[in-house]
Design a binder for this molecule. Structure first.
Ligand code: FAD
Length: 452
């Protein structure tokens, strides 16, 4: 597996009953069938202009929710059928035909979520014991433990459950999955697990504010509503750093992708593609893309891959015939007519620039915490990550605020607000540690609730 020569293995089944073996084969087939599914019977049909970034974004969201969608250009037969007699000049693109027959023009993410789920699926009420902001591994773990331990729990997720992990094609180092697990599968199962314990979900809504409201904490949402919790767990993770090359920013979603290698991989068949980054996520993206692209070039600024990448990935990259590595190289420019066609690379040692043809660029160069929505009173550590427990300054601690109790390990400077996973200063930035922090925080939520 380290050399990429085996996709999966399963021990030969022993004496009957062999249900474990059958289940493993079924899971494997299910995972295989999703990217190979036919587009003849999609749940959602999208009509619009080719290569529109918004269409890419919507398809990415549906993909991450495992909802089959298909795209039809506005001038296609299927497109015309969906539009019916609508006047094309007045249409706001893209147009979505939903499973219940509704046709939406340029809908917001909230409108898409409600139209797909139906208003009945939304949680009832606005007040909960626990509001979890962010539905990545850390938030889902907090929801599973919170809901299973009797707390009325609401998860607010701005995009798709699974967070960054949901974008990972294969997580090989998560405990209990000897052959690895796809991020989408882990996210979907964790989502169902949390829901089965009674956690409610508000999907495709961002938290945009947080304030104390008497004994409770109120979380303002991007749809203009507010939900409140006696405690709040912040699990908003991190997002990718951008390249800061304006001409490439303009091509985001049309050849330039931030971390979305899973969604776009099949479209790269026979293409020349580039991956920027020197850590594990870039290595995984390069390996995944190499199954489709004619050649993948991994660009790293440093002079060695092994400094920031796991050994198993470095070995796999070295063994891949169509993956080449260019160290000491930066992307400084690029462009194309409507989509990415070329990149400008600079060699750090010689300073020479070179223009190369490129069909796609996948950028995986580190992350920035998603804290823009949080009030200033929540202390941040280096890099803007949220400080908790022992990393709080004296003034930020509960003792500093004279609440007559010490700050809990994952509690922020705002009493009753906890931070877990990638957003937390000093966190390990792995699926397992995010899940661990999300689970552990619930014990601290109980402790906090017993104080108030
Ligand atoms: C491509 C890739 C491959 C990886 N591979 C591995 C691997 O093999 N092994 C491993 O251990 N780790 C891996 N990681 C790292 C791992 O995925 C992260 O450490 C982990 O996902 C962090 O979990 P989290 O819940 O803290 O944050 P995230 O996963 O970032 O989730 C945060 C969630 O919060 C939501 N959110 C953000 N702001 C708001 C807001 N204002 N309102 C509502 N919702 C909001 C986001 O949409 C997101 O869903 C990989 C990461 C990537 C990107």
């Amino acid at each position: 597996m380290a050399l990429g020569r085996i996709d999966h293995f399963e021990p030969r089944p022993g004496p009957p009953p062999n249900d474990g073996f059958h289940r493993a084969v079924t899971d494997l087939l299910e995972e295989w069938s999703w990217p190979h599914r036919s587009e003849t019977n999609p749940a959602v049909r999208i009509v619009g202009e080719r290569r529109s970034p918004r269409t890419h974004e919507l398809r990415d969201i549906f993909e991450r929710y495992l909802v089959a969608s298909a795209f039809y250009p506005a001038d296609s037969k299927e497109g015309a059928e969906i539009l019916g007699g609508t006047d094309r000049t007045a249409v706001r693109w893209p147009v979505l035909a939903m499973p219940d027959g509704r046709v939406l023009q340029d809908p917001s993410n909230e409108e898409v979520a409600d139209a797909y789920a139906g208003a009945d699926a939304l949680p009832k009420g606005q007040s909960f014991d626990l509001v979890v902001v962010g539905g990545g591994p850390a938030g889902l773990a907090a929801a599973v433990y919170g809901a299973s331990e009797g707390l009325s729990t609401l998860v607010v997720e701005g995009e798709a459950v699974g967070g960054q992990a949901g974008k990972s094609s294969l997580i090989r180092n998560y405990l209990g999955f000897a052959r690895g697990v796809s991020g989408q599968r882990l996210a979907r199962d964790a989502f169902h697990q949390a829901a089965s314990f009674g956690a409610g979900f508000k999907l495709m809504r961002d938290a945009v504010g947080l304030r104390r409201k008497g004994e409770e904490l109120a979380v303002a949402l991007s749809d203009g509503t507010e939900v409140s919790g006696r405690a709040v767990v912040v699990a908003t993770g991190a997002s990718y750093r951008r390249l800061d090359v304006p001409e490439l920013e303009a091509l985001s979603g049309v050849g330039v992708f931030y971390g979305a290698a899973t969604t776009e991989a099949a479209a790269m068949t026979g293409q020349e593609v580039y991956v920027v980054g020197g850590a594990n996520s870039a290595g995984q993206a390069a390996i995944h893309l190499s199954k489709y692209a004619s050649r993948v070039t991994l660009l790293a600024r440093g002079d060695s891959l092994s400094a920031r990448m796991s050994d198993y990935l470095v070995t796999q990259i070295e063994a891949s015939e169509n993956v080449r590595v260019r160290l000491g190289t930066r992307v400084v420019g690029g462009g194309g007519a409507g989509r990415l066609e070329r990149l400008v690379l600079r060699d750090a040692s010689t300073g020479r620039t070179e223009t190369v043809p490129a069909a796609a660029l996948f950028v995986l160069i580190g992350a920035r915490p998603r804290t823009g929505w949080m009030p200033g009173e929540i202390e941040r550590g280096e890099g803007g990550f949220v400080a908790t427990g022992q990393d709080l300054t004296r003034e930020g601690t509960a003792e500093g605020r004279s609440t007559r109790r010490p700050s809990l390990l994952m509690e922020t400077s705002m009493p009753g607000v906890f931070a877990v996973g990638d957003v937390r200063y000093g966190s390990v930035k792995r699926v397992a540690s995010a899940v661990g922090e999300g689970s552990v925080a619930i014990q601290q939520v109980h402790e906090y609730l017993s104080h108030i």
